[in-house]
Design a protein around this ligand. Structure first.
Ligand code: IDP
Length: 139
């Protein structure tokens, strides 16, 4: 059975362009409840750890440089079928391929600078939530 939580990151770039409010509004309009929320900044080695599954790919260094370049907003989101529904709400990785009305279509600048992250599985949602949030930060 599909889990009911996913993890999102409002990426550098979107935060710099003052898009925290508009993106959180879209997330709420999509039926997601914010269960945990923080504003933080990753060190390069933390970005590398978060994206370790992509190590060795051509975009890995640019991606981890970008993700550690300035502050981010991270949230745990709750909704039935959260992982799949959130990926639908954000759209394809490349904003040029994302459906109209999706968060990446509206707010992303490019394939790397694509405004938001969304977990790709229930197992990733758990791993990523544990990466960013302590037990007392979720309730
Ligand atoms: P996802 O975020 O849509 O799940 P992933 O394949 O998990 O996509 O890739 C993680 C992140 O790496 C993407 O969100 C994007 O920022 C970046 N990325 C993925 N593929 C490319 C690429 O081909 N060129 C540049 N950046 C990429």
């Amino acid at each position: 059975m599909a889990g009911n939580v996913t993890l999102t990151i409002i990426k550098p770039g979107a935060v710099e362009r003052n898009l925290i409010g508009p993106i959180l509004a879209k997330i709420n309009e999509g039926g997601f409840v914010i269960k945990a929320l923080k504003y933080t900044k990753l060190k390069k080695e933390q970005a590398c750890e978060f994206y370790q599954e992509h190590e060795g790919k051509p975009f890995y260094d640019d991606l981890t440089d970008f993700m550690s370049s300035s502050p981010i907003v991270v949230a745990i989101l709750e909704k039935e079928n959260a992982v799949a529904d959130f990926r639908k709400l954000i759209g394809s990785t490349d904003p040029l391929e994302a459906d109209e009305g999706t968060i990446r279509k509206i707010f992303a600048a490019s394939k790397t600078h694509n405004a938001v992250h969304g977990s790709d599985s229930d197992a990733s949602a758990i791993r990523e939530s544990d990466f960013f949030f302590s037990r007392v930060e979720r309730f």
